[in-house]
Design a protein around this ligand. Structure first.
Ligand code: NAD
Ligand code: IPM
Ligand code: MN
Length: 360
């Protein structure tokens, strides 16, 4: 198989973790005889520094022409602490999502048994959890009109959804539920928000076409609580852009760390694969970041964009083995005992490559 992959490392720990996602792709390519070719492009703070634009035209052109994209993260403390900055790294990410029509962001909450003790939640609450989030990615307050009054004292972001936007992601979520445990929980705030009432109406209508899927509607505040009370109750969770952003950071604590959650953004064309975490200024440049979310994003790319299930499974198994043998980055070190062998980003990435080779 021949595939051309665009790597967009971005800022902070983005380049540190993406290096290992790419290395795993290269090793899989060599072993299975796939011809993966790579190109690189700028986005975020690094792109602003180089061109003044968080998403340079050249990056967008390359993104539209490749077969899949591996992304790291964008963001810089400089903008986080300057609310008046007009040009911001995150604008690059939002624009590429919109331009590529990446309306469905799949965030699997995959729990490696070896990490049950790495979570601050009780192992008996976590064991057996397997959730697939469908987060809508190109609508909501993220993309509605933004306003600031002339005196600068009033600000608003419009929460807006169109029927077709809810229909297309809900359809994907129902189809996924059908192939999994046939339970779908749609999360909204329909007791207060009009946009959520449209959301619920559309999901209720669509549910008629999926009588084999048990559909439930839950308010976001309750869902945030149920997620840590009893995560096993969820199978597919369907939700809007902002709610999905927040709920999945919360859900990362089920898997043990932000450094464990991968995601796939899909829609009209090229798939876009990225960890759910950000540029993590607090650990950037220190060889501390967990590269597993980036490596797991590569597994999602192989399975979803290229249909290479066996190769994807090999990656997951290599990670499983690495964890079974006690290797950890700091974020997933066992909080109860001293038994973990704590590695830096590079050593952890290298370990996964070793276990991949061993299983060949
Ligand atoms: P963050 O996800 O960067 O970090 C949150 C916490 O999780 C930090 O303590 C960090 O050290 C830890 N963490 C994250 N990834 C980790 C990893 N791989 N290994 C170990 N620990 C990890 O969120 P934040 O601190 O709120 O945001 C930092 C910057 O990143 C901001 O500028 C924000 O806008 C940006 N951001 C970007 C993305 C993205 O590009 N997709 C996502 C979220 C945040
Ligand atoms: C994410 C991030 C982004 C989002 C930001 C950086 C725009 O938090 O990918 O989860 O909110 O979607
Ligand atoms: Mn987020």
């Amino acid at each position: 198989m021949k595939k051309h992959i665009l790597v967009i490392p971005g800022d902070g720990i983005g380049p540190e973790v993406t290096t290992w996602g790419k290395a795993v792709l290269e090793q899989i390519g060599t072993e299975y005889g796939h011809k993966f070719t790579f190109d690189e492009a700028l986005m975020g703070h690094v792109a602003i520094e180089a061109t003044g634009n968080p998403l340079p035209d050249e990056t967008l052109t390359k993104a539209k022409a490749c077969d899949a994209i591996l992304f790291g993260a964008v963001g810089h403390a400089k903008y986080d602490n300057d609310p008046s900055a007009k040009v911001r790294p995150e604008q690059g990410l939002l624009k590429i999502r919109k331009e590529l029509g990446l309306y469905a962001n799949l965030r699997p909450i995959m729990l490696f048994d070896e990490l049950l003790d790495a979570s601050s939640l009780k192992p008996e609450v976590l064991r057996g959890t397997d959730i697939l989030f469908f987060r809508e990615l190109t609508g909501d307050v993220y993309f509605g009109e933004k306003k600031r009054s002339d005196d600068r004292n009033t600000a608003s972001d419009l929460m807006i959804y169109h029927r077709y936007e809810v229909e297309r992601i809900a359809t994907k979520a129902f189809e996924a539920a059908r192939s999994r445990n046939k339970r779908l929980c749609s999360v909204d705030k329909a007791n207060v928000l009009e946009a959520s009432r449209l959301w619920r109406e559309v999901v209720q209508e669509l549910a008629q076409q999926y009588p084999d899927v048990e559909t439930e509607h839950m308010f976001i505040d309750n869902a945030a609580m149920q997620l840590v009370k009893n995560p096993k109750k969820f199978d597919v969770v369907l939700t809007a852009n902002l709610f999905g952003d927040i709920l999945t950071d919360e859900a990362s604590q089920i898997a043990g760390s932000m450094g464990m959650l991968a995601s796939a953004s899909i829609g009209d064309g090229t798939g876009f694969f990225e960890p759910i975490h950000g540029s993590a200024h607090d650990i950037a440049g220190q060889n501390k970041a967990n590269p597993l979310a980036s490596i797991l994003s590569v597994a999602l790319m192989l399975e979803i964009s290229f249909g290479l299930k066996e190769e994807a499974q090999r990656i997951t198994s290599a990670i499983d083995q690495t964890l079974k043998d006690g290797y950890r980055t700091g974020d997933i070190a066992d909080i109860h005992t001293e038994k973990s062998k704590i590695l830096g980003t590079d050593a952890m990435g290298q370990k996964v490559l070793e276990y991949l080779s061993k299983s060949a």
